[in-house]
Ligand binder design. Sequence first.
Ligand code: SF4
Length: 444
Amino acid sequence: MDSLVTKGAIMFFTQLQAAKQGVITDEMKIVARKEGLSEEQICSLVAAGKVVIPCNKNHKSISPEGIGKALRTKINANLGTSKDCKDYEAELDKVQTAVKLGADSIMDLSTHGDTRIFRRVLTEKCTAMIGTVPIYDSVIHHQKDLAFLTAKDFLDTVRLHAEDGVDFITVHCGITRQTVHQIKTHKRKLNIVSRGGSLLFAWMHMTGQENPFYEYFDDILDICVEYDVTLSLGDACRPGCLADATDVCQIEELVRLGELTKRARQRGVQVMIEGPGHMALNEIQANMEVQERLCDGAPFYVLGPLVTDIAPGYDHITAAIGGAVAGMHGASFLCYVTPAEHLALPNLQDVEEGIMAFKIAAHAADIARGIRGARDKDDAMADARKKLDWEAQYALAMNPDRARRIRESRAPEKDHEDTCSMCGKFCAVRSMNKALNDEFIDII
Ligand code: SF4
């Protein structure tokens, strides 16, 4: 194991093992600088499992980020090929766009072709954290249909992804034969909508065996320690519609994820927990609080939640609304949703819209949580608006090009070009500036 780091008499493989011994790693220093916290604060948050720094030793190009409630909310973009859309170049374009627009991590969810080449390009070149779901790749890599895969095949895929430099892996360890029974007896409206969860359910149903990611959890921990892979404990039973939210299947799995969190931390493996899903707005706060309690403050990574089921084509909005509320109440990592959700593999424009929606949600949550410096740009924007300083407004905008393009496409006339074409000479800001300066306010 050449991943062992020694500092004097202290030895560690993972960020968590280092933090528990009070060692401040280079990655912790970078995260501290980015977040405006002290290195000691980051070290103690990592030691307590409240912050994770997903950073595989083989991902050399990474710019490390911390994920946790005390830090800026991070966002993830899901990408990757499918059998119907298998253009690797197009996926790489999406990766570059996603990182440029501010995605903190990329999850490669490829389910077609030579997935290893794409994965290795990502960990060789991408500065963002890289995540995968090894069970998707098990079928592709071993070229076996689901029923013929063995527990060893699944574990070999986990090792393959760890060797390739993946920073965090989603493994659905919390679904067991008990859950299979639960799903069959407790009728849900939409059963299981997690792709990995449904594959495991099907595998257990067909083979009669226990979930290998649960049964061989300790072997997975060994691999994670060796490469410092962070576990993202997947929520196979996340609700896929409002009617299934916060039901017994979801909560029963969450209880088990809490138990597994303790086992992983004892072994020195960093852990975050994945969460819902589809959920009415009024249920989100309670769900965040229950997760925090059951999983001892492990960072919560949520998909949305989508707060209504009837807006296909606009699910980046339904999910960003839920994401902002989830973030305000403690979720620290938001998985983006694009307008193509439930409909198709996202194209480049879908990726852009999804990322911008979630940047806004994450930022809104940071302001609400009082994250240090989160509101600085908002206050500067208010100053620029008061001065009708358009260049300053563009510079502060999350997407300066879009702001400029819209204003300039419908520019005001020359005698009131300091305003915009929304109100022209009825501009409230202009009128107030002139009135408070004792100037004449010309409207006609
Ligand atoms: S014209 Fe209206 S919308 Fe435009 S800057 Fe002035 S007050 Fe705002």
